[in-house]
Design a protein around this ligand. Structure first.
Ligand SMILES: CC(C)(COP(=O)(O)OP(=O)(O)OC[C@H]1O[C@@H](n2cnc3c(N)ncnc32)[C@H](O)[C@@H]1OP(=O)(O)O)[C@@H](O)C(=O)NCCC(=O)NCCS
Length: 225
């Protein structure tokens, strides 16, 4: 697996590796209760934001790489607008979990959908995944709609499977398989494959099992908080 930084380019976006100096822009998300409302983590203080970035940057350097947590930026503007990525949590089964978040003043423009498609393309064609899944709270309509738009299929409604922020929360599980992804890509709806520099090479490189993570989880902890 190459150790060079990843950079995915889509029609309007560049997804790049996280950097420590993203912390200032990341505060716009990490302090927004609306962003973390249905996620396992709560709003973060400045130290929490920095710790998160440090963890993700460190994870990106591990070999074999299992965590791909990328900054969403606009083409021509390197500013951090959010994150999208995946974690290979069952390498023997070529399965990964995706996540995504975008700062609120950039919602409703299709950026998150574009970023998710880029991440799915990397997971299937770069990292050799067979199945990619995400979960979201059924009340998180933006997230459910986003995964549906990317071609993910709702497979399950898990009832009250998380205790978060003082209440039981349920999960929709969405997933897409590699054959389905390739079929979807040939349609105009999904056909925005990113141009990848230095993608990971093959499923043989994907590494050892790591704790399950999900769209509800922090990428570099893989756990609910
Ligand atoms: C989930 C999240 C990333 C979705 O962001 P979003 O901006 O609503 O998602 P999209 O980028 O797909 O944009 C959606 C809308 O943009 C509109 N849009 C505007 N211009 C567009 C364009 N050029 N192309 C595509 N869509 C466009 C579409 O109409 C679309 O609405 P639709 O869903 O009715 O079709 C965002 O709500 C978020 O960050 N939430 C908090 C974090 C979170 O919950 N993450 C998931 C944890 S499970």
């Amino acid at each position: 697996m190459p150790t060079e930084p990843l950079r995915l380019q889509t029609a309007r976006l560049v997804l790049r590796e996280l950097r420590l100096d993203d912390w200032r822009e990341a505060r716009a998300l990490d302090t927004d209760p609306e962003i973390v409302r249905y996620q396992s983590n709560d709003v973060l203080d400045e130290a929490g934001t920095k710790k998160y970035l440090e963890g993700s940057i460190k994870a990106a350097l591990e070999l074999p790489r299992t965590i791909f947590d990328l900054a969403i930026t606009l083409r021509g503007d390197d500013r951090y607008l959010g994150r999208a990525g995946f974690k290979i949590d069952r390498p023997d089964h070529r399965e990964a979990a995706v996540w995504f978040q975008l700062r609120r003043d950039h919602w409703g423009q299709g950026y998150a959908a574009e970023a998710l498609r880029a991440v799915l393309e990397l997971a299937f064609e770069g990292a050799g995944m067979h199945r990619v899944y995400g979960d979201c709270d059924p009340r998180n309509l933006h997230s459910a709609r986003l995964m549906e738009k990317a071609g993910m299929i709702r497979e399950a409604h898990l009832r009250e499977n998380w205790w978060l922020k003082g209440e039981w929360c349920s999960s929709f599980i969405y997933a897409v398989l590699e054959d389905e992804w390739r079929a979807l890509k040939s349609t105009s709806e999904i056909n925005t494959a990113p141009r990848m520099k230095h993608p990971p090479t093959s499923s043989a490189d994907v590494g050892t099992p790591s704790p399950i993570t999900s769209a509800k989880s922090n990428a570099n902890t893989g756990s609910s908080e």
